[in-house]
Write a protein that binds this ligand. Structure first.
Ligand SMILES: [Zn+2]
Length: 72
């Protein structure tokens, strides 16, 4: 066991869905955030994933709203 708790990029990407869902423990989240600070590639992946998520969340209520207006 070394003091290095660094994750590889593939490890980071494997954990990413869980991280975005807040399902990783604090230590893992810290390691991931540290990696994002070091690795531009993974930072880009996260940003893209977050964009996709927020688009999804923004679209969802709009769809429900439209549906409701249409039905009434
Ligand atoms: Zn990386």
């Amino acid at each position: 066991m070394g003091h290095t708790a660094t994750l590889s990029c593939s490890e980071v990407r494997r954990q990413l869905p869980a991280y975005l869902n807040g399902m990783v423990d604090t230590e893992t989240a810290q390691q991931l955030r540290w990696h994002f600070g070091q690795c531009q590639n993974c930072r880009l992946v996260v940003r893209t994933a977050l964009n996709t998520l927020s688009q999804h969340f923004m679209r969802h209520p709009a769809e429900t709203c439209e549906e409701k207006t249409h039905a009434t």
